[in-house]
Design a protein around this ligand. Structure first.
Ligand SMILES: Cc1cc2nc3c(=O)[nH]c(=O)nc-3n(C[C@H](O)[C@H](O)[C@H](O)COP(=O)(O)OP(=O)(O)OC[C@H]3O[C@@H](n4cnc5c(N)ncnc54)[C@H](O)[C@@H]3O)c2cc1C
Length: 428
C-alpha cells in the first residue's frame, strides 16, 4: 500500500549530525531534492574541530603529522575501515566542498593542506586536528610561536580553567599568564553558561562592556585566549569587533561539552541548507520505514507518533551510535534501531569492554557498527546490500573507532560524500 499524500523526494537523510548534514549538502549541491530528519546527536556535544586522521595504530599511540599518509597506513592495516571505500581525491573533494559551504555560511575553517595542527583544550592538554574554526586559528599560531599571551577565566563558568592550562604549559610557554574576570552583568550569578554569553555578545554594547573588563588585564600581552563564547552565529563579526576594541588578536579555546563550537557548526549548516531548499525536520524521528515494490521507501516521521509520511527513491542512514540513537545496546546485543540491520560486534557482552578502562588496545565495542559494501550500502545477514538504494554514513559505520584514531568528522564527511556519489551512480 502506498500513501498517496506522501511528499516525494530523491533522498531522505536520517540524522542531523555531521554525517547527515554533510550528505544533505552534497546531495542538494547535485540537484537532488532532499528531506533531512533528526534530533540531538554527537554534533551537539562536539568541539567543532574536524579531525581527519590523528593516530594509528591507536594501541601504539602513533601520531601522524600528515593525515593523508596516516590514512594510507590505516587502510593498509584495516581494509574494512570506511576510509578504504574512497580514493584520496574523493576525501579531498568532500572537505573542499564542506569548507567552501561553511565559509559562505559565515563559519570559515582554516587548515594546513597536508598537516595536522595543534590546538589547546580547556584542560591544558594539546590536541592535534586537521581543520580549525577561524575563531581558534590564532591559538594554533600562538601555540607554535609562544608569544606573550593572556588567558581569561570567567567567574562561574564550569569546566574551563585558564590557570590549569597555564600550569600545564608553564615550561614550554613561560609567557603565558592568566586573569579572572566576571562576564558583564553576571556578578550576581554563581554559574554562567557559554550559550548565554555567546548570545549576549551578538549585541555590540555587550562587546563594549566585555572589552572594558578585559583591557586593564592585557598589559604587555600580544594575544588573548578566551573560552569559546564569541557568538553562536556571526562569530566573525564578534571576533573582529572585540579585537578592535581591545587592540590585540584573540582566540577561542573550546569549553567542555556541550560546546558552543559544535552548536555553531550545526546552526551554520541548518541555515545554509534551508536556503538551498532542503526540507529540514529537526526534533523529528523516523518511526517506521516501508520498502515499496517499486524500490522506493515510505518513511513515517514525527515526535512520538507519525505526523507525516514522505516517499523517497533512496535513504542515507546517518543515525549515529549510542548518543544519536542509531545503535542501541540491550543486555545481549547491539542493535541498529531503524532497519534492524546486522551489527558487527564482539561475540558476547563480556567482550565489549576490556577490564582496564585505559587498555591501549581500546574497547571492542567502539568498533561495533553497520558494515557496508564498496558503495556504502549496509549489508544484510547474507552479506549482500540490504536494499539497492539504502546507504549509510558517519559514526554508525563499523571498524571506525574514531575517538582513538581521531577521525570523527573526517569519516562523517568522507562517507557522506561516498554515499551520495553511490546513490547517483546506482539510481541513474
Ligand atoms: C563530546 C564529543 C566531542 C567530539 N569532538 C570531536 C573532535 O574534536 N573532532 C572530530 O573530528 N570529531 C569529534 N566528535 C565526533 C563527531 O562529532 C562525530 O563523529 C560526527 O559528528 C559524526 O556523527 P554522526 O553524524 O555520524 O552522528 P551523530 O552526530 O550522533 O548524529 C546522529 C543523528 O541521527 C539521528 N537519529 C538517530 N535515530 C534517528 C531516528 N530514528 N530518526 C531520525 N533521526 C535519528 C540523531 O537524532 C542525530 O541527529 C566529537 C563527538 C563528541 C560526542
Amino acid at each position: 500500500m502506498t500513501n498517496p499524500e506522501a511528499k516525494k523526494y530523491d533522498l531522505c537523510i536520517i540524522g542531523t549530525g555531521l554525517a547527515g548534514l554533510a550528505a544533505t549538502l552534497f546531495a542538494s549541491n547535485r540537484g537532488l531534492s532532499c528531506v533531512e530528519v533528526g534530533q540531538i546527536g554527537e554534533i551537539n556535544f562536539a568541539s567543532g574541530f574536524f579531525d581527519l586522521l590523528g593516530v594509528h595504530p591507536a594501541g601504539e599511540k602513533h601520531a601522524w603529522t600528515d593525515p593523508w599518509a596516516g590514512i594510507d597506513a590505516l587502510v593498509r592495516d584495516i581494509p574494512e575501515h570506511p576510509y578504504a571505500r574512497l580514493p584520496r581525491e574523493d576525501i579531498q573533494a568532500a572537505f573542499e566542498e564542506i569548507l567552501t559551504f561553511l565559509k559562505e555560511a559565515g563559519l570559515p575553517y582554516i587548515r594546513r593542506m597536508n598537516q595536522n595542527s595543534g590546538v589547546l583544550t580547556s584542560l591544558g592538554t594539546l590536541k592535534s586536528t586537521y581543520c580549525v574554526p577561524h575563531a581558534m586559528w590564532n591559538g594554533v599560531e600562538a601555540l607554535d610561536k609562544k608569544p606573550s599571551c593572556l588567558l581569561i577565566d570567567i567567574r562561574g563558568l564550569k569546566g574551563f580553567s585558564a590557570r590549569q592550562i597555564a600550569a600545564a604549559l608553564k615550561r614550554e610557554w613561560p609567557d603565558l599568564r592568566t586573569a579572572r574576570i566576571s562576564f558583564p552583568d553576571s556578578d550576581h550569578l554563581n554559574e554562567v553558561f557559554a550559550e548565554h554569553m555567546a548570545s549576549a555578545l551578538i549585541l555590540s554594547q555587550n562587546r563594549e562592556k566585555l572589552a572594558r573588563t578585559l583591557r586593564p588585564h592585557i598589559k604587555d600581552a600580544q594575544i588573548v585566549g578566551l573560552p569559546a563564547i564569541l557568538g553562536l552565529y556571526r562569530t566573525q563579526e564578534v571576533v573582529s569587533d572585540l579585537q578592535k576594541l581591545i587592540g590585540v588578536p584573540l582566540f577561542e579555546i573550546p569549553t567542555i561539552p556541550p560546546s558552543i563550537t559544535g552548536l555553531r557548526l550545526k546552526e551554520a549548516f541548518e541555515r545554509g541548507l534551508r536556503t538551498k531548499g532542503v526540507q529540514y525536520l529537526s526534533q523529528n524521528r523516523v518511526l517506521t520505514v516501508r520498502h515499496q515494490a517499486d524500490g522506493h521507501f515510505e518513511v513515517d516521521m514525527g515526535r512520538t507518533t507519525a505526523e507525516q509520511t514522505v516517499r523517497s527513491r533512496g535513504i542515507i542512514l546517518a543515525s549515529g551510535r549510542f548518543i544519536g540513537g542509531g545503535l542501541h545496546a540491550d543486555r545481549k546485543r547491539i542493535k541498529e534501531t531503524i532497519f534492524d540491520l546486522p551489527v558487527y560486534q564482539p561475540g558476547n557482552r563480556t567482550d565489549w569492554h576490556r577490564r582496564d578502562f585505559l587498555d591501549p588496545r581500546g574497547h571492542l565495542v567502539n568498533r561495533a557498527g553497520v558494515e557496508i559494501d564498496e558503495s556504502f550500502r549496509p549489508l544484510n545477514s547474507s552479506r549482500q546490500p540490504a536494499f539497492k538504494t539504502l546507504f549509510a554514513a558517519g559514526s554508525l559505520l563499523a571498524h571506525n573507532d574514531w575517538k582513538r584514531i581521531k577521525c570523527g568528522a573526517g569519516v562523517a564527511i568522507a562517507s557522506a560524500f561516498g554515499a551520495v556519489k553511490s546513490f547517483m551512480r546506482i539510481n541513474k
